[in-house]
Design a binder for this molecule. Sequence first.
Ligand code: 13P
Length: 279
Amino acid sequence: MLADLGTVLAKAQRGRYAVGSFNTANLELTQAILAAAEAARAPVIVSTTEKAIAYGDIEVLAAMIRILGARAKVPVVLNLDHGHHLATVRAAIRAGYTGVMYDASTRPYRANARQTKTVVRLCHRARISVEGELGSVGGRADLGANARYTDPHEAAAFVRDTGVDALAVMIGNAHGGQFPEERLRFDLLTAIRRVVRVPLVLHGASETPAAHFRQAIRLGITKVNIDTTLRKTFTTVLRRTLDAHATVYDPRAVLGASRAAVQRVVKRHLALFGSAGKV
Ligand code: 13P
């Protein structure tokens, strides 16, 4: 069944587990995510970025996820991931999204807070929960000297100023897999948790060690975002399948193995996050 982001996260926060957010841009990834969630009896967040929307069309992706999500026996959130433009947020509202992540985290505090507050007002009017981001989760180049960590006091003010329902934090995490420079600062997460009540979100969580997930969730992470590892899995298996069956030309015959492999990866993460068996 389709579910609201805030409702799913509130339940997870009470139950002290995290809900997985997995990115999709096509039918096979979506099927893999939902099949894994149903098999694990876990709530799940199916996310589309603006790039995925440019690839697959927001109305087409939304219709597909809404139909498959409504059929599922577990709560499914149709979520906009890293919305950067108001036009995308408006299109997501029209297309029936049930969660919106708006990301103005590269802007200075005041601009980020002002724009996020506008999105919160729009989305709440449509009964959709909003996740904002403070500090800025970038890629590998944004770690080290360039890192923009979340400041706990600014985070408390940001939640108050904007009315967001969830907050993505930068605590040493980066998008695009696990890098040697990537180290989660649990001291910072603890300090943020102490002053921020809304569910906290960990982006860039592909290839994060299992023990780090467990510790982060214990300290208050309620939503975990996974993208890169699904894409890597899908493509690695696709390459292997094509190499092994040089004469096969039916897309259905070559995509099935990739879909099954992604399903296994999602299922493993749902167990790690403690959300398996919660439905
Ligand atoms: P990864 O690509 O590192 O898994 O990050 C995913 C993410 O944070 C999507 O919002």
